[in-house]
Write a protein that binds this ligand. Structure first.
Ligand code: ATP
Ligand code: MG
Length: 299
């Protein structure tokens, strides 16, 4: 049995959310030794245990307070909430952060040869999906009388197999749909990964640890979106240079030992520099223009 004083975090064992969730935990300073077959992984430097499960189980584990935190796609979370609401079971949780991975959409797709003008074209049809509650809600809000056929896998082959007329499935690039002769028609739900916490009050120690980890998540996310930009600029054109650099109201300007007319400019920018901007900087007489990734940020 694991120690109840340790923070329990549920992550998908193996799938599209696993690598990014584990990478994020490592980036915020939680050392983990994951053995492929084991359900539990203990952190070696923090009072944290990872529970590695199927993603379908994560919302329920958080809602029941079996784990304290969970990394999960909003699609699974919303589906579980609707399922629990329908059967009067507890479904409370807190969303701590929306994350920058796991982006996808739950969409209606129909065979290329089926005519489809609007959702109304689904009237009286059968639609295969792994998300019957989200789909039923979509039908209801559009006043469509259609039925959801629940399939836990291979949803995209349902029309060809004669099991359904259309499908409602997760899409990111659309390549799977195309490979199966299907066309995306309507968006039912837009999703990304989120970090959620159980609604149950936690011990002070656990809550303090969570409160310390959240700014680290923000720091990692911000760092991914930001760049450290360094360049040499002619002193005379400093104002023009600043106006070309995104987010550079207050750059660090340093003298160069070798020259009185040229200064070094350093700036943390919320976006990268485009080649066009770099060319403009060069035309102003700038040189040694470097754009570098940032690993961590704070304050
Ligand atoms: P498990 O065995 O854990 O139940 P799974 O097959 O249900 O795995 P995955 O295919 O690994 O799940 O997808 C997990 C989550 O990743 C999805 O619920 C969704 O939130 C997100 N996701 C992002 N892009 C896609 C995509 N193109 N297709 C499916 N899921 C995606
Ligand atoms: Mg699943």
């Amino acid at each position: 049995m694991s120690d109840a004083s340790r923070l329990r975090i549920a992550v998908q064992k193996s799938g599209r959310l696993s690598d990014d969730s584990i990478a994020l935990l490592k980036a915020i300073g939680i050392k983990l030794q994951i053995r492929d077959r084991l359900l539990i992984a203990h952190s070696t430097n923090q009072p944290v245990d990872l529970l590695r499960v199927r993603d379908d189980d994560i919302p329920g584990l958080v809602m029941d307070g079996v784990v304290d935190l969970g990394f999960i796609g909003q699609n699974e979370l919303e589906e579980k909430m609707l399922e629990r609401q329908a059967s009067n079971r507890p479904y409370a949780f807190k969303t701590l952060r929306e994350l920058d991975y796991g982006g996808c959409r739950l969409s209606i797709a129909v065979p290329n040869e089926m005519s489809y003008d609007s959702v109304q074209s689904l009237q009286g049809k059968k639609v295969a999906t792994t998300y019957p509650y989200l789909l039923e809600r979509f039908f209801e809000s559009n006043n469509v009388n259609a039925s959801a056929v629940m399939l836990t896998g291979s949803v995209e082959v349902a029309p060809r197999a004669g099991v359904a007329d259309a499908i409602c499935d997760l899409v990111s690039t659309g390549a799977t749909l195309e490979a199966n002769g299907l066309q995306e028609k309507d968006e039912v739900f837009v999703s990304r990964a989120v970090l959620i916490q159980s609604a149950k009050p936690l011990s002070d120690e656990k809550q303090e640890l969570i409160n310390r980890l959240l700014p680290r998540i923000d720091g990692v996310t911000q760092a991914k979106e930001s760049k450290y930009i360094m360049l040499h600029a002619p002193k005379a054109y400093l104002e023009q240079v600043k106006s070309l650099l995104p987010g550079a109201e207050n750059p660090t300007v340093l003298p160069l030992a070798s020259s009185d007319d040229i200064v070094a400019v350093h700036v943390v920018s919320p976006e990268t520099l485009f080649w066009e901007t770099m060319e403009k900087l060069k035309a102003l007489g700038c040189s040694s223009i470097l754009v570098m990734p940032i690993e961590k940020m704070m304050g």
